[in-house]
Ligand binder design. Structure first.
Ligand code: KIV
Ligand code: ZN
Length: 525
């Protein structure tokens, strides 16, 4: 909502690319249903443009963009495409059902990308820019053109391409820092230069798209806005290629908290930031670092005595924004086996979760089972349980039972029963240790070629009755699938994590018939 003091010229449009650039990073694959859930939340929290995927990349990407387009309420639904006309046409088809739709088409303009990646001369690239934007405009009035590797592009050539793209009908011009190379002053100067030199620059909105290789993605994006850009491309939790993209939550809160030096505003409901962070972390199985700005577990924790003393006297001593403003609610409600459904729902709400009725039912049953085994249930226990519930809700392979024989006498063995799409199967396997025995049993019941790349165990809370959280990463055909499993029994958590990764892998394989899903490796411009 624009107030009297906030004019439209200071409104920064938030373009979320969690489902495209975010999902593209190794291991962050989301299932179809997870993508729909994330898109719904982004739409509800006020994201202006949702980049829902890269439709030409796979049948799965196409299906997700198409379904998100159908379900969208307020946000503009955008799809990415390279310069090839078949990419653009496929993208147009995917976003067709959306009330408001955008085609985002990009092409590399830096000398190194043109020479080695595209193997094209600048004059050919220039003609392709005109061609791709014209083609996209044939499908929709809302067209964004990106000069990939814009921050390493020669200024004269960048200005010529931007002018041509606007003349061909581009309504948004994005200058990405594709390799996370720029610094705030330089990015500011780049936008200022382009906006001043390109004669038709007033006919388009300028956009930032910053990668975080040097840890400056948010600072660079805000510098771009200070120089006149009015769209920021970003992702929840900052996920994305390599070191990630500018984090949406940091951008929104920087603008809200420092209105004195950043006199801008967005349409984001900041109180939903924590919920969005949790949903994306659960869907991608990418943990949020404890000290991550805004949404990290410690972002509002005050440990030292001096800080706690100051906080008790006046929260403003050490807090520049309230936890409530980003959806973190402080609570002392202790959960245990006597806690009922009402208290459980209340706790989920405080932790920022909103579950569908069937997920809530399952989560409550699992909470009760956990409470029978564990005296005190901490917030972290509930988070681990619910994250797993969200991640496994649509799994085709589910664990029914597991019995393990371990100890010094060997050989260690595992008897495992699984439900594979409604069919119950059981096997017994031995191994070099109990975890190896379990993974061998899974392999026997679900034959696959994927390689185990990572196996990591950590305790969710303290004490010998703490829940174990296990992370497993599997890789197949150059793609990585990371997933988590939680249980008071470390071996059960290991089996759950392996199966969760396998579920992601098979779900991706089922909807990607032989098509590589990476834009940076298949980019033909
Ligand atoms: O980083 C980048 O340049 C991109 C483009 C496709 C916009 O993601
Ligand atoms: Zn990018």
């Amino acid at each position: 909502m624009t107030s009297k003091t906030q004019s439209d010229k200071d409104r920064v449009v938030i373009f979320d690319t969690t489902l495209r650039d975010g999902e593209q990073c190794p291991g962050a694959t989301m299932t179809h249903e997870e993508k729909l859930e994330v898109a719904e939340l982004l739409d509800t929290m006020g994201v202006d443009i949702i980049e829902a995927g890269f439709p030409i990349a796979s049948e799965g990407d196409f299906a997700a963009v198409h379904e998100i387009a159908k379900r969208s309420k307020n946000a503009v639904i955008c799809g990415l495409s390279r310069a090839a006309f078949k990419d653009i046409d496929r993208c147009a088809e995917a976003i067709k059902p959306a009330k408001r739709k955008r085609i985002h088409t990009f092409l590399s303009t830096s000398p190194v990308h043109m020479k080695y990646k595209l193997q094209k001369e600048p004059h050919e690239v220039y003609e392709m820019v005109i061609g791709q934007v014209t083609r996209a405009r044939g499908h929709t009035d809302d067209v964004e053109w990106s000069a990939e590797d814009g921050t390493r592009t020669e200024h004269d050539f960048l200005c010529r391409c931007v002018e041509a793209a606007i003349n061909a009908g581009a309504t948004t011009i994005n200058i990405p820092d594709t390799v996370g190379y720029t610094v705030p002053e330089e990015y500011f100067a780049l936008f200022e230069m382009v906006r001043n030199r390109v004669p038709n620059s007033d006919r388009a909105r300028f956009s930032t798209h910053c990668h975080n290789d040097l840890g400056m993605a948010v600072a660079n994006s805000l510098a771009g806005v200070k120089a006149g850009a009015r769209q920021i491309e970003c992702t929840i939790n900052g996920i994305g290629e390599r070191a990630g993209n500018a984090a949406l939550e940091e951008i929104v809160m920087a603008i809200r908290t420092r209105g004195d030096v950043l006199p801008f505003h967005t349409g984001i409901d900041a109180s939903m930031l924590m919920r969005a962070s949790k949903l994306v972390a659960a869907a991608t199985s990418f943990p949020v670092q404890y000290n991550k700005a805004i949404v990290g577990r410690n972002a509002f924790a005050h440990e030292s005595g001096i800080h706690q003393d100051g906080m008790l006297k006046n929260a403003q001593t050490y807090e520049i924004m309230t936890p409530e403003s980003v959806g973190v609610k402080q609570t002392s409600l202790v959960m245990g086996k006597h806690s009922g459904r009402h208290a459980f729902v209340h706790k989920l709400d405080e932790l920022g979760y909103q579950l569908a009725a069937n997920q809530l039912e399952d989560a409550f049953v699992r909470f009760k089972a956990l409470a029978d085994k564990k005296k005190q249930i901490y917030d972290e226990d509930i988070e681990a349980l619910v994250d797993e519930e969200i991640a496994t809700a649509y799994d085709r392979i589910k664990i029914i039972s597991l019995t393990v024989i371990a100890g010094t006498m060997g050989p260690q063995s595992a008897t495992l029963s699984l439900d594979i799409e409604g069919k119950h199967v059981t096997t017994q396997s031995t191994g070099n240790g109990p975890v190896d025995a379990i993974f061998n049993a899974i392999h026997a019941l679900v034959p696959h070629e994927a390689k185990l790349e990572l196996y990591q165990v950590h305790a969710v809370t303290e004490g010998t009755d703490a829940q174990a959280e296990v992370s497993v990463r599997l890789s197949e055909d150059g793609r990585a699938y990371t997933a988590k499993g939680a249980d008071p029994d470390t071996l059960v958590a290991s089996a759950k994590a392996y199966l969760a990764a396998l579920n992601k892998l098979t779900s991706k394989r089922n909807r990607t018939p032989g098509v590589e899903n990476r834009i940076h490796s298949t980019d033909v411009g």
